[in-house]
Structure formats: C-alpha cells, structure tokens
Design a protein around this ligand. Structure first.
Ligand code: SAH
Length: 240
C-alpha cells in the first residue's frame, strides 16, 4: 500500500519511491497512475478501467498471493480515505497461511499539503470530514459536521462537491454560520502541488461561490483563525 502524495510524485517519500521501484505489479485508479508514469513504466498494471475498487483490490491481493510484489497506490496517504483498509479487510479474510505480507507506506495526505499551501491553519485541533455520502449516510456526516463546528475544531473537508452532489457543502456553510463569524477564514485549494493548482483564502459566508470540485480540499478556520496577506493562520496560543 503506497501513498504517492498529492502531486506529481514530488511529494512522495523516499520509502514510497523505493517500494514503487521494487514492485512488479501496480494497482490503482487511472487518475493516480497517470500522475506517476515513470514509476509504472514496464510494470504490469491493474488499472481502474472497468474495475471498481473492490474488484481492483481483489485482483491485487490475488497477484500478491501468487508471489508477486504488488504496489497498490493511493493518492496522498493510503490510510486516509485510501485503499489500505479495503486491502487489509480482504487479506484478513483469507486463511492465515495464504495471507500475503502487507506493508503500508504512508504518504503526504492532501490535508497536510493543502494546509502548507495556505500557511498554518491546522495549528490547533482539527477534524477531517468527507462529504461523500456514497457509503456513509448523510445524517452521519451532518452529525459529525455539527459536532466539529460546535466544538470549535478547524475542519478540513475532503470530497467536498461533485457534479451530482452539490448540496452538502452548502449545508456545511449553513451549519457553520450558526456558530462562527461570517468572516471566518476559509481556504479552498484545488489540485495542490499539481501544475493546475488553484488556491484562494476567502470567508465563511462566501466560500461556496468559489470553484469547488472533487480535486478540492476546503479548510474552515476555528474562532481564532485569521488571514494575513497570503496566509491563513490558526494561533496555537503562544504569547507574543
Ligand atoms: N488518500 C487521499 C485522500 C483521498 S479522498 C489523501 O490522503 O490525500 C479524495 C479527496 O482528497 C479529494 O476529493 C480532495 O478533497 C482531496 N485531495 C486529494 N488530492 C488533492 C489535491 N492534490 N489537492 C486538493 N485536494 C486533494
């Protein structure tokens, strides 16, 4: 399980790069495979094509069972909304003697890269919440948003909005405005560390007017977060 970081391979760790070099087979979603063409050259590829996540990971586990060194890649970190959980769930279902060895190699998650691009918004307690209601009922997501807003967490939002799913982020704004100032800084970062990176620091009342899609991460500041020039900063509490 290899995390390739959020960008074009530049944000990959040395450990991840070495694992990719050793791999004979690479499995992953095409969008991510396309980000690291040099690392998959000459290798057998289990791509997305017609295959869904479960099928793809099953195929990867099958190849590993037959003795191949298989790298299943995730963007960012494989253990953060990545493929690590699914692969482990499949592997632990096998009789112990047939279980391939699994190594999970962390990567720089989008939340860390996006925070770095914005300045220092995650200096205090924060929550990461995915808006994807494909496998999580919206009621659960909304409950978590409400709890995190009420507890004054900085909130990073993954999977904020898709072509078909547009209402959730508006609902987050509405809930947040009940508890936080309309001027609370919000960072909207798209395709961080990729050539098409877009970044804006705006405010809670207006952030949903910005371009937000599935390549975007949104960070909503807490009650102390402020903007200064190009930086979004959440104070840790040091006396200056
Ligand atoms: N395993 C990944 C997360 C996958 S969930 C990780 O650790 O980063 C997919 C979501 O991550 C996207 O919808 C988006 O919200 C966020 N994301 C992934 N890559 C990103 C990037 N380059 N820039 C901004 N957000 C990104």
């Amino acid at each position: 399980m290899v995390g390739i970081g959020p960008g074009h391979g530049v944000g990959m760790t040395i450990e991840a790069r070495q694992a990719m070099e050793q791999a004979q087979v690479v499995a992953g979603y095409h969008t991510y495979l396309d980000l690291v063409p040099d690392l998959i050259a000459g290798k057998e590829v289990i791509g997305s094509g017609m295959m869904q996540e479960v099928e793809r990971c099953e195929a990867a586990v099958e190849r590993a069972k037959s003795g191949a060194n298989v790298a299943v890649i995730s963007s960012g970190d494989p253990g953060i909304y990545g493929m690590a959980g699914l692969v482990l769930e499949l592997v632990v279902k096998l009789p112990e003697a047939l279980q391939p060895v699994v190594r999970i190699i962390p990567g720089v998650s989008a939340v860390g890269s996006v925070a770095a691009a914005l300045g220092a918004p995650l200096m205090h307690d924060f929550a990461v919440i995915s808006m994807s209601d494909l496998m999580t009922p919206w009621e659960v997501i909304e409950k978590r948003v409400r709890a995190a807003i009420e507890a004054d967490f900085v909130i990073a939002i993954y999977n904020p909005k898709s072509v078909k799913r547009t209402e959730q982020i508006e609902k987050v704004r509405e809930i947040a405005l009940q508890h936080r100032k309309s001027t609370t800084p919000v960072g909207v970062v798209r395709s961080v560390s990729r050539p098409d990176q877009e970044l804006v620091i705006t405010t809670l009342d207006r952030f949903t007017e910005k371009k937000i899609d599935m390549f975007t991460t949104v960070i909503i500041g807490n009650s102390q977060t402020f903007q200064s020039g190009q930086f979004m900063i959440t104070p840790r509490g040091y006396t200056l």
